[in-house]
Ligand binder design. Structure first.
Ligand SMILES: [Zn+2]
Length: 448
C-alpha cells in the first residue's frame, strides 16, 4: 500500500515536473495544491491574493482582566471595532439581518429598508455573504456585500457606511480573479456521478458533453471511460463566484483519446480545436436541449423520441418542463410567438437558407429580428399547442423544406487557423498538453 502511494506520488511528480518546465509560475501553485489535496477533486491554479484582498476574519481572544478603570481608559483611547459575517436569507428583514450580524441600530435598519440600492443588494437575494463592522455599542459602522448580479457580468460590492449621524451607500465594480481549475474523473456509474465525485460544476460538465458530442456518445458511456478538464473559474476572496469556459479537455472513451482546446484569434469568435489544428466547431449543435442532469435521465431511456420525422416533420426531445432550449446555430429569429398546433414556437434563420424551429415552449426568451449565437438560450421546454406532455418538437428546414434533423450536426462550421495565428496556436497547444497531463494526475493521485 505504501509502495503504491509512493509510486503514485512519483508518477504525479514526474507529470507535474513536465508541466513545470512549460508553465513554471502557475504550476508551482498547482503542486502545492496537489500535494495538499491529493485526495482528488478540482483544485485551483491561482496566484496568491494581495494581503489587502484577504477576507476580514473575526478573531476571538481570551483577555486577562485588568482593573476596571484601566479597561475603561483603554476602551476610550482605543475605539475598537467588531467584525462579523453572515449569509443573507430569503426571509430577511433589515432588522433580522442586522441582528444576526450583532448590530442593534434602528437608524441603520431604517436606512437599509428605505434605500433602494441597499435593499436590493441585501434583502431580496439569499445566499450573499455580508460583512458588518460594529462599534462597541453595537451600532453599525460599515456593512458590505459582494456578489455577481444575476450570476452574470462583473463583481459588485455594495457598502453601507456611517458618516456622522447619517448613512451613505455606494456601489463599486470589482474585478474578479480568473483562475484555471484542473480536474479529472472516471466513469463508474454515470457521467454526472463522475463529475460530482471530481467536484466539477454542472455547467462545466455540460460543456464537455457539447465539445465532444461528435466524438463521444454521452448516452452510452462505458465504465472506465475517463476525462480531464481545465476550466476558467471566477473567484473573489478565494470563493468561487462563477465558472466560465472549458479551456482544454480530454476524453478517453472506447479506447480512443480525444483532446480539445479553446482558441481565439484576434477579431474572431473563439472555438474549440483539436491540438492538431482541426476545428471542432460544427455549424449546428447536436441537440437543442443542453445535456444536463435533468435531460440525461430522460436520455438514457428515450432521447430523442424517434418518430418518423417525415410524417412528423421533426423530432421530439423528451425533457422536463422548464428545461432551457438553445439555438443550435448562429442566426436571426424569424418568428417568436404562438402558432396553433405548435403552441409557443421560435423559428431561427441560419445561413444558406437553413432554418430551425423549436415548438411547444413554455416560455420564449427572444424576439423577432434578434440575432442569436449558437448555444444561446431562446426559451424553455413546455407542452403548449398540441402536445400531450412536456417535450421539445424540433424541426430543420432547408429552403422551406423539411429535412431529417439528425443530419444537422454533420455540417462543418469552423474556420481553420489562419497562417498568422499558427505559431500562437502551436504554443497554446503545447501548454494545453501539459495542463491536461497535470489535470489527469488529480485522478491518478486519487485512484491509487
Ligand atoms: Zn413533435
Amino acid at each position: 500500500m505504501i509502495n503504491g502511494i509512493l509510486a503514485a506520488e512519483e508518477k504525479l511528480a514526474s507529470c507535474v515536473a513536465k508541466a513545470v518546465r512549460t508553465y513554471p509560475r502557475q504550476i508551482t501553485a498547482a503542486i502545492a495544491s496537489l500535494l495538499l489535496f491529493a485526495g482528488g477533486g478540482a483544485f485551483a491554479v491561482a496566484s496568491l491574493p494581495d494581503a489587502s484582498d484577504l477576507p476580514v476574519m473575526q478573531v476571538l481572544e481570551a483577555v486577562t482582566p485588568h482593573p476596571i478603570d484601566d479597561q475603561t481608559e483603554a476602551l476610550e483611547s482605543f475605539n475598537y471595532t467588531l467584525f462579523r459575517s453572515d449569509q443573507t436569507r430569503a426571509s430577511d428583514t433589515a432588522e433580522a439581518l442586522l441582528r444576526r450580524l450583532g448590530i442593534a441600530d434602528d437608524a441603520a435598519a431604517a436606512f437599509v429598508r428605505g434605500n433602494a440600492a441597499a435593499r436590493s443588494a441585501l434583502l431580496s437575494r439569499p445566499g450573499r455573504t455580508v460583512t458588518a463592522e460594529a462599534s462597541q455599542d453595537s451600532r453599525l459602522e460599515r456593512l458590505s456585500a459582494r456578489f455577481i448580479p444575476d450570476g452574470e457580468g462583473g463583481l459588485q460590492r455594495v457598502t453601507v457606511e456611517r458618516v456622522g449621524p447619517a448613512f451613505t451607500v455606494k456601489t463599486e465594480s470589482e474585478t474578479l480573479t480568473t483562475s484555471s481549475r484542473l480536474a479529472s474523473g472516471i466513469i463508474r456509474s454515470s457521467f454526472f456521478a463522475a463529475t460530482d465525485a471530481a467536484n466539477i460544476p454542472d455547467a462545466v460538465a455540460s460543456q464537455l458533453a457539447d465539445i465532444f458530442s461528435g466524438d463521444v456518445d454521452f448516452r452510452s458511456l462505458q465504465k472506465g471511460d475517463r476525462f480531464a478538464v481545465v476550466y476558467e473559474s471566477f473567484d473573489a476572496e478565494g470563493q468561487v463566484l462563477r465558472t466560465g469556459r472549458v479551456l482544454a479537455a480530454e476524453f478517453e472513451s472506447g479506447g480512443k483519446t480525444h483532446q480539445a482546446m479553446w482558441f481565439q484569434e484576434a477579431g474572431q469568435k473563439g472555438s474549440y480545436y483539436r491540438p492538431s489544428g482541426e476545428s471542432l466547431r460544427k455549424a449546428f449543435l447536436t441537440s437543442p436541449v443542453q445535456y444536463s442532469r435533468i435531460s440525461s435521465g430522460f436520455a438514457m431511456r428515450m432521447h430523442p423520441i424517434m418518430n418518423d420525422w417525415r410524417q412528423h416533420k421533426g423530432i421530439d426531445f423528451a425533457a422536463a418542463s422548464g428545461t432551457a432550449v438553445r439555438s443550435v446555430g448562429d442566426g436571426v429569429v424569424e418568428f417568436a410567438g404562438r402558432q396553433s398546433g405548435y403552441g409557443n414556437i421560435v423559428i431561427i434563420n441560419h445561413r444558406n437558407n437553413q432554418s430551425t424551429a423549436y415548438a411547444h415552449l413554455s416560455r420564449i426568451d427572444v424576439r423577432e429580428g434578434q440575432s442569436v449565437n449558437q448555444g444561446q438560450f431562446i426559451g424553455a421546454v413546455g407542452a403548449t399547442g398540441w402536445a400531450t406532455g412536456p417535450h421539445l418538437h424540433f424541426e430543420f428546414r432547408v429552403n422551406g423544406e423539411f429535412r431529417d434533423p439528425t443530419t444537422i450536426a454533420q455540417q462543418d462550421g469552423g474556420t481553420p487557423i489562419s497562417a498568422n495565428a499558427r505559431l500562437a496556436f502551436a504554443r497554446a497547444a503545447k501548454s494545453v498538453k501539459s495542463e491536461l497531463a497535470a489535470a489527469s494526475t488529480v485522478l491518478q493521485a486519487s485512484a491509487n
